[in-house]
Design a protein around this ligand. Structure first.
Ligand SMILES: Cc1cc2nc3c(=O)[nH]c(=O)nc-3n(C[C@H](O)[C@H](O)[C@H](O)COP(=O)(O)OP(=O)(O)OC[C@H]3O[C@@H](n4cnc5c(N)ncnc54)[C@H](O)[C@@H]3O)c2cc1C
Ligand code: SF4
Length: 256
């Protein structure tokens, strides 16, 4: 994720495929033809990754939709009920990653996968927003949003509202990971390295608060063991301070 790049290495073909202007088979064939053309110089990992998104993830989501709907639309396994912050409709926030990802989504109706998942979806889940609200926002904002491929990604992959049908663990992260994967943190009001204090990145308080609040819910999920073990090691007073700040962010996200 890059402050100055909206599309970077992404194809922007989802709208054309979802609206049936292009068939996925046609797209894959074109990529394979290019790969096998001896005059080009593309390596197999580039081709494999791209094709896997289409024959893998896209078809998997389609299968889940037709298998699980209409019940899927009602699922809210974590019982999240908070409202969407106002800044989702303006991009006006001091959190640079959200400002950039939401701002460009509103401007050009596009954000690439990691912006949708690691920034906007992550924040929505950590602030425990009602998945109905999250769904409506994604469905309303993105050019490629058609229910079968939107709801499975939003409610399933990103919000874990389906209790693990699509993914095996919730996709949550602190600022550390966003910093590794982007240029956003270097240009932010907040410090990605701080967990407490006025300048501490809200994602840090929210992340540890989420783990603490959902500890019981995820006690049998093996994939959460490592995260929970780190939580257990945290000093009680520090965790209390983190949770106090997280409660404030959840209550008035637009102030952050
Ligand atoms: C919360 C959330 C909501 C999403 N909502 C939608 C949506 O409404 N419509 C939509 O088409 N995709 C959605 N996606 C999946 C993915 O983000 C988009 O397909 C991708 O960003 C489209 O941009 P692109 O064509 O440049 O993709 P590229 O990065 O170039 O990828 C190539 C193609 O792979 C396919 N693909 C990759 N990942 C997925 C996936 N998880 N599910 C389905 N197809 C995938 C797409 O058809 C895409 O065009 C969502 C992902 C998340 C995390
Ligand atoms: S410091 Fe936190 S809020 Fe700022 S860009 Fe990084 S992750 Fe986002």
């Amino acid at each position: 994720m890059h402050d100055d790049e909206k599309f970077l290495f992404h194809s922007r073909l989802s709208f054309a495929m979802n609206s049936k202007i292009l068939s996925p088979k046609e797209v894959i064939q074109a990529v394979l033809d290019h790969f096998y053309d001896k005059t080009t110089n593309i390596n197999i990992s580039q081709v494999e990754g791209f094709i896997r998104q289409i024959v893998g993830w896209r078809e998997y989501m389609r299968g889940i939709y037709w298998k699980e709907m209409p019940e899927y639309k009602q699922l809210n396994s974590l019982k999240n009920t908070n409202k969407l912050p106002d800044f989702f409709w303006s991009g006006k926030t001091k959190m640079n990653c959200l400002k950039k990802a939401i701002g460009q989504s509103l401007d050009v109706a596009y954000a690439h996968h990691i912006q949708r998942l690691m920034v906007i979806g992550n924040f929505s889940l950590l602030t425990q927003i009602d998945p109905d609200e999250v769904d409506k926002w994604y469905l309303g904002v993105y050019i490629d949003a058609i229910e079968w491929v939107e709801i499975t990604n939003t409610r399933g992959m990103s919000q874990f509202a389906d209790g693990g049908i699509v993914a095996t663990k919730p996709y949550v992260s602190s600022a550390n990971y966003i910093n590794k994967m982007s240029t956003y943190c270097g240009n932010c009001h907040y410090s990605h390295a701080q967990k407490i204090g006025e300048k501490a990145c809200p994602f840090n308080s929210l992340y540890w608060n989420f783990l603490a609040e959902k500890k019981e819910h995820f006690k049998d999920n093996q994939r959460m063991n490592m995260m929970m073990a780190l939580l257990d090691k945290m000093d009680g007073n520090k965790l209390a301070e983190i949770q106090e700040r997280a409660a404030l962010i959840i209550k008035i996200p637009d102030d952050f």
